[in-house]
Design a binder for this molecule. Structure first.
Ligand SMILES: [Zn+2]
Length: 204
């Protein structure tokens, strides 16, 4: 691909929007590759991974302050000029190359951070390991008397089920074998007690 403003592939002249889409797609592809690569190099300790996994910490919060390769912070960093070149956009016959470069840089950076986030999330999953087999949309009771309803919110890195009581936000962990699934109308949506019908739900 060379100058996309004169894109005549397939024997027809493409409208400029399509030509731009094509170079932006190229920028996205490069951004995805670079973002994945960058994330594969970051150090992810278990504490951080657990916080991300539990939703207490966003990927971008965890790596707050990390600059992208187009920031110009690194002497050997990737440049907008290099990106434009790699996407086949050059100055020749282009009356406004900087505007194109901005579009390319945006497309690249969007894709870069998307891929970065996805790769970090993949690393978190790898660190967490396999999760117990349980229907996460179900409602459960735990062991012991005084039955209350629990909903699954996630898993620990040790393979335990993280659950919160219905009507409460306190979290407990259970071994998957400790949980028994119950019918949706078997518990009270307000207090979480099994057998209580004070929530007024239609159980007929
Ligand atoms: Zn109740």
């Amino acid at each position: 691909m060379t100058d996309t403003h004169e894109n005549t592939s397939y024997g027809r002249s493409l409208p400029p929007e399509d030509a731009d889409d094509e170079t932006e797609q190229a920028a996205r592809k490069i951004g995805t590759e670079h973002g994945s690569a960058a994330a594969s190099w970051v150090e992810l300790d278990e504490q951080t991974a657990q916080a991300i996994d539990a939703g207490r910490l966003g990927v971008f919060e965890a790596f707050d302050g990390m600059s992208g390769p187009l920031s110009g912070e690194w002497a050997d960093g990737y440049s907008v000029e290099q990106l434009a070149f790699d996407c086949g956009v050059n100055d020749a016959g282009n009356d406004n190359p900087e505007a194109d470069w901005d579009d390319l840089a945006s497309a690249y950076e969007d894709a870069y951070w998307q891929a970065f986030e996805a790769e970090v999330e993949r690393k978190v999953e790898t660190l967490r390991g396999p999760v117990p087999k349980i229907d996460t949309s179900g409602t459960y009771v735990g062991p012991g008397p005084g039955k209350v309803a629990w909903r699954v919110v996630g898993f620990t890195f040790g393979g335990l089920v993280r659950a919160v009581m219905v009507g409460d936000d306190r979290e407990h962990t259970f071994d998957v074998d400790e949980l028994t699934q119950i019918d949706d109308d078997a518990y009270c949506a307000e207090c979480g007690q099994v057998g209580c019908t004070a929530d007024g739900r239609d159980r007929s």
